[in-house]
Design a protein around this ligand. Structure first.
Ligand code: BES
Ligand code: MN
Ligand code: ZN
Length: 497
């Protein structure tokens, strides 16, 4: 989809549809008031019939409003004016996108960026317009023989402005939103693909496609033999039970001179059965999403390249499939990680930390300015925080604050959890340097504690996205989070916002 900016009054827009907001109690936004005025009060008159109160979630299509150049006017309910926050604004945009999608129209002019959102500027609202519109129109039908029958004609959204001075800010916001949307689209596609298609090998192929799309990328894929030579005993132990070979995918983006890179590390378990500590059958299909951390690394790098950010970023993906078999790791097995630390595998279902710990050690060779790992790591994180924020853990308060600020700016929220020394003893093992599980208490924290033992040489943060990477139930599917957060973090690092 194309997003552009145009300055001019709403009644002058020669478009299939002009989108304007109406607050609760039928209070008109500025653009709606303007349409009402030029149409001789027609808008208020139609609203008087009671079809649209202005509540959030409502919308109403009007045809042939007198003295306007457009074919239709879409009124979108905005709720109470003083309650318009991030969440409500995104709902309004999604609602408008769905209504437009149902039309025959190929383009529309949206005046929703004029709405006042608490604490947000025009660039932010423009970014949300692109991001939320693309997100709402996303469909995953590549594996259905009958493709989505929508007319699929909506090709262009024009952000309508009344002040020319705001053009630059709006354009910047749209550009950022589109880059984030492109990144999220990739994450959702990869996440939604089933485990029999999206294997570690498939992830490596996708990384290759991305690497070939921009000369600033370079790619290295470590195979099983390479990892054996290096001594990645923890990562390899997870892949042992599977016929799918593991991959350590290293995708570098270089556009920052000789600055130290930021490393993004993704958990890429393309299917997590639990291994010998096998999971119950109910909802096990959702473990195809266990590579969403890996996908978000690729999606973020795609957004970064599209924005041509002046940074060095290295993406490291630890990809494997966790299966039970005669060759699989067993409870009690002890492996030696790349760091030299030994791990007693008390539960083969705590595999994410095993693949990540070797990737964390591998990251040392890049002398990173900061490392962020992204992982669907623990069910316990979902119990603790639900499905709204990502769990955030860090060994550096400044980095944690930076990520929290980015998450707030991107409307892709994270919540910091403690990483206190007090929890570390839960990982004690009688037979190895540590166990890979820490008992029932504080499961998300002890998982992060495990990782922290491999992240001592740099500033590190961990995002547990177990509750946020996908939706369950009727709307089952990958969300594309935390691409907005990570892209914002990198935009800020690049000095752009
Ligand atoms: N991929 C899962 C975590 C997960 C579970 C994410 C459910 C989202 C929904 C992870 O590999 C796992 O199985 N973790 C175990 C750890 C336990 C054995 C200590 C868990 O959370 O149950
Ligand atoms: Mn598991
Ligand atoms: Zn897992």
């Amino acid at each position: 989809m194309e997003f552009t900016v145009k300055t001019g009054n709403p009644e002058k827009q020669r478009s299939a549809c002009v989108v304007v907001g109406v607050y609760e109690g039928r209070k008109l936004s500025a653009a709606a008031a303007r349409l009402d005025q030029v149409s001789g009060g027609q808008l208020v008159k139609l609203l008087g019939r009671g079809d649209l109160e202005g509540k959030p979630g409502q919308s109403l299509m009007l045809y042939d409003l007198p003295d306007t150049a457009c074919e239709r006017v879409l009124l979108v309910g905005c709720g109470k004016k003083d309650e318009l926050d991030d969440r409500r604004y995104r709902q309004i945009l999604a609602n408008a996108a769905s209504a437009l999608d149902a039309l025959h129209a190929s383009s529309a002019v949206s005046y929703l960026a004029e709405l006042e959102v608490k604490g947000r500027d025009l660039a932010w609202k423009a970014r949300q317009l692109a991001e939320v519109t693309e997100h709402t129109l996303y469909r995953f039908d590549q594996l259905k023989s009958e493709k989505d029958k929508r007319r699929r004609k909506l090709a262009r959204i024009i952000l309508g402005l009344t002040e020319r001075s705001e053009q630059t800010a709006a354009e910047r916001g749209l550009k950022e939103g589109q880059a984030i949307a492109v990144g999220q689209h990739l994450v959702r596609d990869l996440g939604n693909l089933p485990g029999n298609i999206c294997t570690p090998t498939y992830l490596a192929e996708q990384a290759k496609l991305l690497a070939d799309s921009d000369t600033r990328f370079s790619l290295q894929v470590l195979e099983r033999e390479d990892m054996e030579k290096l001594g990645m005993g923890a990562l390899l132990s997870v892949a042992k039970g599977s016929v799918q070979p593991p991959k350590l995918i290293v995708l570098e983006y270089r556009n920052g001179g000789d600055a130290k890179p930021i490393a993004l590390i993704g958990k890429g378990i393309t299917f997590d059965t639990g291994g010998i500590s096998i999971k119950p059958s109910a909802d096990m299909d959702e473990m195809k999403f266990d590579m969403c951390g890996a996908a978000s690394v690729l999606g973020t790098l795609k957004a970064v390249a599209q924005l041509e950010l002046p940074l060095n970023v290295v993406g490291i993906i630890a990809a494997a499939e966790n299966m039970p078999s005669g060759q699989a790791s067993k409870p009690g097995d002890i492996v030696t990680s790349l760091s030299g630390q030994t791990v007693e595998i008390l539960n083969t279902d705590a595999e994410g930390r095993l693949v990540l710990c070797d990737a964390l050690t591998y990251a040392e060779r890049f002398q990173p300015a900061a490392v962020v790992d992204i992982a669907t790591l623990t069910g316990a994180c979902v119990i603790a925080l639900g499905r709204h924020p990502h769990g955030l853990f860090s060994n550096d308060d400044k980095l944690a604050q930076e990520l929290l600020t980015a998450s707030q700016a991107a409307a892709d929220r994270a919540w910091q959890m403690p990483l206190w020394e007090d929890y570390q003893s839960q990982l004690d093992s009688n037979f190895a340097d540590m166990a890979n599980i820490g008992g029932r208490d504080a499961g998300a924290i002890t998982a992060a504690c495990f990782l922290s033992r491999f992240a001592k040489k740099y500033k590190w943060a961990h995002l547990d996205i177990a509750g946020t990477a996908w939706k369950t139930g009727k709307e089952k599917g990958a969300t594309g989070r935390p691409v907005p957060l990570l892209t914002q973090f990198l935009l800020s690092r690049a000095g752009q916002g």
